[in-house]
Ligand binder design. Structure first.
Ligand code: R5P
Length: 299
């Protein structure tokens, strides 16, 4: 028998107003609980930023430098990342399901580096994404590219599917060989991606006017790393991006092509979350230089 429920013993704390805080990410206050929860796994609520490790390059580049053996070079870094961006093939074949780092899954594909890259299609079923417990889906959008409309359609279909399952979509501004990466172009691309429903956007950094790119995008923007730079330059770029409004980074080559991948992960994290200066972060990078390949790390 359940015990009698005495109304006199209850404490409704009627003098304490319930919390009415908005969600911590910009433009994200009207999302459903599941989607907000997934975003909170990718972006740290205490800083509002993320350090994503991008290793999805093989979906069109094959075993690119640094990703020849993901099991050896990448798995030790995964616990250090706020999120891992990868394909479902690598996830199932290489990444142990006991991993606790959330996954941002590459969800578009088609052409290899031998073909016209903008000719992509959606490359995963939303039910498989749910089965894999992904925290977000990522789709390339080729504004100004040959297959611009098709890539936009990939984005909007993925957003619709994501909304049904509570899975956010990250739209990626793909910059083809002919397209410039100036603020005018990146503003156009990021804004279109946000207007068409992506919950967050990934874009490249530009030296002039990046703050106008983040300011005119109503949802969080994360910075892609781009081609490998000297470590101090990469840390400086990440630092400037965050100062100019980025909600973190989604970096690949500048981490996995570094001669000290663990040190670089820790240095980027220090820049993004602790707002260490690039020079301070470089010291962190150097101080972890001794870690051997395959060394197991803790977060
Ligand atoms: C490239 O197409 C992939 O989407 C990468 O995830 C993205 O470019 C970020 O990697 P990286 O920092 O190497 O540019």
């Amino acid at each position: 028998m359940p015990e009698a429920d005495s109304g006199d013993a209850k404490n409704f704390q009627t003098d304490v107003p319930p919390p009415a805080d908005g969600f911590f990410l910009k433009g994200s206050g009207s999302l459903d609980w599941g989607m907000s929860n997934r975003l909170s796994r990718i972006f740290r609520p205490e800083t509002g930023r993320t350090v994503m490790l991008a290793i999805d390059h093989g979906y069109f580049q094959g075993p690119t430098t640094g990703l020849e053996r993901v099991d050896i070079s990448i798995l030790p870094l995964v616990p250090l990342a706020d999120a891992l961006m990868c394909t479902r093939g690598i996830l199932r074949s290489v990444v142990p399901p006991s991993m606790r780092t959330p996954v941002v899954m590459r969800a578009s594909g088609g052409p290899s580096i031998l073909k016209e890259l903008s000719d992509e299609q959606i490359a995963i079923d939303i039910e498989d994404a749910a089965r894999l417990n992904v925290a977000a889906l990522a789709v390339q959008v080729f504004i100004g590219g040959e297959h611009e409309t098709q890539s936009i359609h990939n984005l909007t279909r993925l957003v619709d599917m994501g909304l049904r399952y509570g899975i956010p979509v990250m739209g990626v501004t793909a910059v083809g060989k002919q397209l410039t990466r100036d603020a005018k172009y990146l503003r156009l691309a990021c804004r279109i991606i946000a207007e068409l429903g992506a919950q967050f956007v990934k874009t490249y950094y530009c030296d002039e006017g990046f703050d106008t790119v983040t300011a005119s995008c109503p949802v969080p923007v994360v910075m892609a790393g781009g081609k490998k730079l000297p470590e101090l330059d990469a840390l400086t770029m990440a630092s400037r991006a965050v100062t100019e409004g980025a909600a973190g980074v989604d970096m690949g080559r500048n981490i996995f092509q570094s001669d000290n991948t663990e040190g670089m992960m820790r240095a980027v994290t220090a820049v993004v979350h602790e707002r260490k200066s690039p020079q301070e972060a470089l010291e962190i990078y150097r101080s972890h230089r001794a870690a051997p390949v395959g060394h197991s790390s803790t977060r």
